[in-house]
Design a protein around this ligand. Structure first.
Ligand SMILES: C[S@@+](CC[C@H](N)C(=O)[O-])C[C@H]1O[C@@H](n2cnc3c(N)ncnc32)[C@H](O)[C@@H]1O
Length: 430
């Protein structure tokens, strides 16, 4: 509510509250579930009580309880249908008890009890009224719903509904360790099951049938495997960096794609990220995977004068900062943190990065542009405008927009691959 992401807020709360691992897991699970249903909870609370509830802590406690009470259910429920996430009476009792924990909310016990019991009694009617609004029905801000609807007139509702689901957990088997069938066999010995997708470019990928904590993954610390979404795993194959090539990973932290590039080839990689704290994580990621060290620089990739030594790159990966609208299943808070005006601002940053980096690519080289977004401003429109601006750029075969509504095990992603023409036009050395 204060504009911080769940990924940064939860660790701080865990430290301040001295949470155990189990409490941390529970808080995260509840936080994620609530954010998946926040639009619905806000509308139901409004229908239950038209005045603003004070103090804010009491309002937030109610939103948590309502989001969980009205959640569609546990998708791991068996064929008899989805299971309720938590029994209703437990939720109501816990919410009332939670009021008593703080002086600020103690007075609100009666109100919380009354509102939640009314919700229990009038659930169908209240939900019907509340779900008339787009933000409540689809659990995304209204501007986000409009953007998705405009971009995907066929798929939009499905795409938004999919954001309520838990994401698949995909693994990338380190090619320097071995092939994925060997790892699949290892997983089985631990009672873990996975599918090996046949999609070209996903030769090292495994999709777990059920998510598992990384510490349960065999040889994780020894570097046999990484957790990386299937869409993100396509990057290294598209970039196709070969032994000895000079490669720029322009927005590299925390290093997932840098590592994948190095698992496939011995190339000379420069990994940049303008966030110094995030950049520090790259070396750790490579060390765990027993990969060669690379040069890591904390710098703004768009300000090439501050970090470029004048030697052209054979390959450039621009995994650009973006709205992250394609990974809302994984980060359910993103939709509530972003604002409509962020989208053109991010698109302008992406354009600036593309413009700054293109001159650094050697003729015959390739630049892969990627975003984990489903908004065309950050994907297809960005790529089309780039091609219009650059006569020496040739669009190479790439997936374009990947949508979870068409490939459910994939995050929403966009890829465009540009080859730089050599002096003899039309003959790129790709
Ligand atoms: C999508 S994430 C990169 C994920 C990474 N490629 C991976 O696979 O692990 C985008 C990154 O771009 C960085 N970034 C944003 N603007 C930048 C800029 N102007 N120059 C360099 N890095 C930037 C962010 O700090 C963030 O780490």
């Amino acid at each position: 509510m204060a504009g911080q992401s769940l990924a940064s807020a939860l660790p701080q709360l865990a430290i301040a509250g001295r949470w155990s691992a189990a409490e941390r897991g529970a808080a995260q699970a509840i936080g994620f579930e609530v954010l998946r249903g926040l639009g619905r909870a806000q509308a139901v609370l409004c229908a239950l009580h038209s005045k603003r509830i004070k103090p804010p802590e009491l309002e937030q406690l109610l939103l948590v309880a309502i989001a969980l009470l009205t959640a569609p259910g546990n998708p791991q429920g068996d064929s008899a249908g989805p299971l309720p996430l938590y029994p209703e009476h437990t939720l109501i009792n816990q919410a009332v008890q939670a009021c008593a924990l703080r002086p600020k909310t103690r007075q609100g016990r009666g109100l919380v009890n009354a509102l939640l019991r009314r919700l229990q009694a009038e659930r169908e009617h209240l939900l019907q009224t509340a779900l008339l609004a787009d933000a409540a029905r689809y659990n995304h801000p209204a501007w986000w719903v409009q953007r998705v609807r405009a971009a995907y007139p066929q798929d939009w509702a499905n795409l938004l509904d999919l954001a309520a689901q838990r994401p698949a957990m995909a693994l990338r088997v380190n090619a320097r360790w071995g092939d994925r069938n060997a790892y699949l066999a290892l997983l089985r010995t631990q009672g873990l099951h996975a599918t090996a997708p046949e999609t070209p470019g996903l030769e090292q990928a495994l999709i777990l049938h059920r998510p598992a904590p990384v510490q349960d993954l065999p040889l994780f610390e020894a570097g046999a495997v990484s957790v990386q979404d299937a869409s993100a795993q396509l990057a290294a194959g598209l970039l196709d960096a070969r032994d000895g090539m000079r490669v720029l990973d322009a927005c590299a932290a925390p290093g997932g794609k840098t590592a994948h590039i190095l698992e496939r080839a011995d190339c000379e990689v420069l990994a940049l990220d303008h966030d110094a704290a995030r950049a520090e994580r790259i070396a750790g990621a490579l060390a765990r995977l027993r990969l060669p060290r690379v040069q890591v620089v904390a710098a703004n990739a768009a300000q090439t004068g501050t970090w470029w030594d004048g030697r052209a790159f054979d390959r450039i990966l621009l995994d650009a900062p973006c709205s992250a609208s394609g990974i809302v299943r994984r980060h359910p808070d993103i939709r509530w943190l972003r604002q409509d005006s962020d989208i053109p601002a991010l698109a302008a940053q992406q354009t600036a990065l593309l413009e700054a980096l293109w001159p650094l690519l050697a003729p015959g080289g390739r630049l892969l542009y990627a975003t984990c977004s489903v908004f065309p401003e950050e994907g297809s429109e960005q790529a089309a405008a780039f091609l219009r601006r650059h006569g020496d750029a040739l669009a190479w075969t790439a997936p374009g927009q990947i949508l979870p509504s068409r490939l459910p095990e994939h995050d929403g992603f966009f890829y465009a691959l540009f080859a730089k023409r050599t002096e003899h036009r039309n003959h790129p050395l790709a």
